[in-house]
Ligand binder design. Structure first.
Ligand code: SF4
Length: 100
């Protein structure tokens, strides 16, 4: 299933007030099984989503790489982790220690 992000963004903007009211009500009086419901819905939704066909997160946000990612990608590319890091990554001091 493809998501039309432009249309989705417009719908979110259009229904913003109603959505905020709804979330406010849920926050004040959450259903007993909310966490379980969220887990089930999450699993169902991710079965149908192909991030590789969308890639919006990679296009609009800065991805982070932990040591395992760097090792895996550098091995795939046939370069050393140091060479991969030097050529492709920048170090974000604010996130230091979070992804190690
Ligand atoms: S890349 Fe991001 S926006 Fe696109 S489907 Fe995956 S999580 Fe959603």
């Amino acid at each position: 299933m493809q998501v039309n992000l432009r249309s989705f963004k417009q719908k979110v903007r259009y229904h913003k007030s109603a959505f905020k009211r709804y979330l406010g009500k849920v926050e004040k009086n959450p259903p007993r099984n909310l966490d379980k419901m969220a887990e089930q819905i999450d699993a169902e939704v991710w079965k149908e989503i192909d991030c590789l066909s969308c890639a919006n997160c990679c296009k609009s946000m800065t991805p982070t790489f932990n040591k395992t990612d760097v090792k895996r990608i550098s091995t795939h590319l046939g370069v050393t982790p140091a060479a991969f890091t030097e050529k492709w990554l920048t170090y974000d001091k604010k996130r230091r220690g979070l992804d190690e």
